[in-house]
Ligand binder design. Structure first.
Ligand SMILES: Cc1cc2nc3c(=O)[nH]c(=O)nc-3n(C[C@H](O)[C@H](O)[C@H](O)COP(=O)(O)OP(=O)(O)OC[C@H]3O[C@@H](n4cnc5c(N)ncnc54)[C@H](O)[C@@H]3O)c2cc1C
Length: 418
């Protein structure tokens, strides 16, 4: 069976790998010059099994208003005249209630936990170097109010069997010794002990090499324009290099999936939510983070990746805009300088911006579609790296006609009536 995978981000590459591993003939098409060049390029590097939750949660609308007025704000909304953007926003707000949160969280955790197990198995199978560590995430609280409101999160974590520790100031320093230098800046933390970290792009590159060894053909510099269809069947993809055909197709185009799918009448509410990161060299390993520290006030994650520090965050609602303005990374620069003033060299930081493929309910869109040979693996929003191995494996199994090990119930485009 020949399968074309559209997109060579972390989702496309994991899908291709699991397909090839089970004997399929696979071709991957991407417009970039290599794998993982767009949203998978420089994310926060968190494998956030414990933090797998939708952004749409009770209380978020009020918090969002507060965030909009902060000096180093986690959220920025441009007042664009865009019906798609406002429709997405209204849909997201309609998910900010306890019942929807529970449903959406349950769906996301299903993929996330499966992903953790798949990554563990994968690393047993093949040697992959992506600056990985298994030292958890430390959610750092700067105020007593944050400590108090974390009680609700702890109940949810316990309900989903996600291991955690509540830490006082000294215990935070025991987990992240460099925080001893900034003792006065925080009051406590919550440590998600099962979380891991690693460089998503390095992983994507390394796994693409393993996939190529299994026979996957990667074709870069190919822009896909549209699908061709006949009676509920995909007959090919039209690209700037000509028509490509296969038996089955998997769409892993991240934030651009809805653009292409719209041409065949599949309307997905995936909106590009812009984020930023910087990557800086470690100058003093003892003054640098050991794992991920999530600054709860600014919603910025600081992650140790080998001899580098990755700092990422912000949610900017501005459509498909990938401009990296002169002051765009001021917030992430401020947070790392504030918490790890001697850990890395901010003057040598490299800036980056990427578009999270966000659904309003936080859950990705994976599995079959109404076209008998088209499958989706997209819409992973803030957690595409965390969910990649589980999503890739489950979709590959479905493409090959096998029963996936997790149910697609509530994960497919059918939940949007598509
Ligand atoms: C600031 C930031 C921090 C993040 N931090 C984390 C984190 O810590 N942990 C986590 O789990 N997730 C994180 N994420 C989310 C994660 O990075 C994404 O969910 C994930 O990278 C999405 O992968 P993808 O393969 O779906 O999309 P992409 O990586 O964007 O891949 C899509 C591919 O499709 C190709 N493509 C698109 N359109 C076309 C076309 N027309 N023709 C040909 N090719 C096309 C692109 O070139 C691209 O290679 C973060 C995101 C951001 C922005």
């Amino acid at each position: 069976m020949k399968v074309i995978v559209l997109g060579a981000g972390v989702l496309g590459v994991t899908t291709a790998y699991y397909l090839a591993k089970q004997g399929a003939e696979v071709e991957v098409l991407d417009r970039q010059a290599g794998p993982g060049m767009e949203t998978s390029f420089a994310n926060a590097g968190e494998l956030s099994y414990g933090m797998t939750s939708p952004w749409a949660a009770p209380g978020i609308p009020m918090k969002a208003v507060k965030w909009l007025f902060m000096r180093h704000r986690p959220l920025f909304i441009w007042p664009l005249i865009s019906p798609t953007m406002w429709a997405w926003g209204i849909r997201m707000l309609s998910n900010c209630n306890a019942d929807s949160y529970k449903i959406n969280k349950g769906r996301m955790v299903r993929i996330s936990n499966y992903s953790r197990d798949q990554l563990t198995d994968l690393m047993r199978d093949v040697k992959l170097d992506f600056d990985q560590r298994e030292r958890g995430t430390l959610q750092l609280f700067r105020t007593e109010k944050q400590v108090k409101s974390s009680k609700a999160d702890q109940e949810v974590l316990a309900e989903y069997d996600s291991p955690f520790e509540v830490l006082d100031k000294d215990a935070c320093i025991a987990a992240e010794p460099a925080l001893a230098l900034v003792k006065k800046k925080f009051v406590g933390g919550l440590r998600l002990t099962a979380d891991r970290t690693g460089d998503c792009r390095m992983f994507t590159l390394a796994l693409a090499d393993k996939a190529a060894e299994l026979g996957v053909k990667f074709r870069y510099g190919v822009t896909i324009d549209k699908f061709t269809t006949e009676n509920g069947h995909i007959t090919g993809v039209h690209t700037d290099m000509g028509q490509e055909t296969a038996d089955k197709y998997v769409c892993c185009l991240g934030p651009y999936a809805p653009v292409l799918l719209k041409t065949i009448g599949i309307r997905l509410p995936i909106y590009p939510i812009k984020g930023y990161s910087i990557t800086l060299p470690v100058t003093d390993p003892d003054a640098a983070p050991q794992s991920t520290i999530m600054d709860e006030t600014h919603k910025v994650a600081i992650t140790r990746l080998g001899d580098r520090i990755r700092v990422a965050g912000q949610a900017e609602i501005i459509g498909y805009n990938k401009r990296l303005g002169a002051h765009a990374t001021d917030t992430v620069r401020y947070v790392v300088s504030d918490l790890f003033p001697k850990g890395g060299d901010v003057s040598r930081a490299e800036g980056w911006t990427g578009l999270r493929p966000m659904t309003p309910d936080g859950t990705p869109v994976i599995g079959p579609t109404r076209f008998d040979n088209l499958f989706l693996n997209t819409g992973h929003g803030t957690l595409g790296w965390t969910m990649a191995c589980g999503s890739g494996r489950a979709v590959a199994d479905a493409v090959l006609g096998k029963e996936p090990e997790i149910s697609f119930d509530g994960l497919t485009a059918a939940r949007y009536g598509q």
